[in-house]
Design a protein around this ligand. Structure first.
Ligand code: ADP
Length: 320
């Protein structure tokens, strides 16, 4: 469906350690690699604390990585986002937008909706004059399913779903190419979640967007994503076509997630997660895995392609 030779974003060998002091070290990401193809929705799924938001912030160049590159393709040229500063980064921010979980904390409650949606146009000097910018705001409000009269309201006068529609309008007004949705519907009621996911899908089609869709909720990720990556303790354990993985999960962690529940937070796994203060030598999932062997404790499995095109980091499959 998508041209694999046309990646828009490459996450290459990204590692990140938070070290506030030597007694407080967290290995948040360890050698994370994946590519996102232009036009697809790529889902990143994993339980809370596995490093999803850290990765999102690194991709947006909001926090530094310790190792690795984030390569973004713009006009057929690859740019390492992590090396960009100042004006160059500001220019790229127009292309890469984000939508967060809690619309109330990500939008200024003291500003009216119309101003909030118009502000990015002013910052990036888009539109010939104010009248044109107002017209763009009206059109965007209509696209996200809100009447233009909402321009004069404050965020506090809106429901959670309406506020998330505003957050989507703010993210899309600059006509970006790539949008990171970090738990974008997690704070909403289930019925409203479906409406917002449908809106995101419609906007994707209409504007040709590429999504990185981050969530701990398998239902949400399966609904929107073409391909997924499953993350456990800062490492990708399985990645590939979402339909194939959902129908037949292979990695013991993915299996546990999919067999038990659609909500990762409800999954009961054997054993305890290991401490994040030291890097794990063997498989990151070994302490919780029913199939764990000596090899799993001693040797880290690498992501390896299987016959159906997915990649999996597990000695159960790596040996074949
Ligand atoms: P997720 O988004 O999957 O919930 P995070 O990226 O927020 O995961 O966190 C990954 C790990 O890094 C967690 O153990 C978290 O406690 C830790 N962490 C996140 N941010 C910081 C920080 N600023 N300082 C120290 N540790 C952090």
């Amino acid at each position: 469906m998508f041209n694999e030779n046309n990646p828009i974003l490459k996450v290459k060998n990204i590692s990140k350690v938070y070290a506030e002091d030597k007694n407080n070290i967290v290995n948040a990401l360890n050698d994370v690699n994946f590519e996102i193809i232009k036009g697809e929705a790529f889902g990143l799924v994993g339980e809370s604390g596995c490093g999803k938001s850290t990765l999102a912030q690194i991709i947006m160049n909001l926090i530094p990585a310790d190792k690795g590159e984030i390569l973004y393709t713009k006009d057929k040229t690859e740019i390492n986002i992590l090396s960009l500063k100042g004006k160059k980064m500001k220019a790229l921010r127009k292309e890469i937008q984000f939508i967060f979980q809690d619309p109330y904390s990500s939008i200024n409650p003291r500003k009216k909706i119309g101003w909030l949606i118009k502000e990015p146009l002013i910052i990036h000097k888009i539109g010939a004059d104010d009248a044109q910018r107002e017209k763009m705001v009206d059109e965007m409000l209509c696209s996200v399913g809100l009447d233009k009269n909402y321009k004069n309201r404050f965020p506090s006068e809106l429901s959670g779903g309406q506020r998330q529609r505003v957050a989507i309008a703010i993210a899309l007004i600059l006509n970006p190419e790539f949008v990171i949705c970090d738990e974008a519907v997690s704070a909403l009621d289930v019925s409203v979640q479906a409406q917002i996911l449908n809106l995101l899908r419609d906007m994707q089609k209409k504007m040709g967007l590429t999504y990185l869709f981050i969530s701990h909720n398998l239902n949400v990720v399966s609904y929107i994503s073409d391909r997924i990556a499953v993350m456990y303790l800062g490492e990708i354990v399985e990645t590939g076509n979402s339909e194939i993985i959902f129908k037949n999960p292979l990695h013991p962690y993915t299996k546990a997630l999919f067999s038990a529940s659609v909500n990762i937070e409800d999954v009961m796994l054997k054993g305890e997660p290991p401490s994040k203060s030291t890097l794990i030598k063997g498989c990151v999932f070994a302490s919780r895995c029913g199939y764990c062997s000596e090899k799993c404790l001693a040797e880290k499995p690498v992501l390896k392609e299987t016959a159906d095109g997915r990649k999996i980091a597990c000695h159960l499959y790596n040996e074949h």
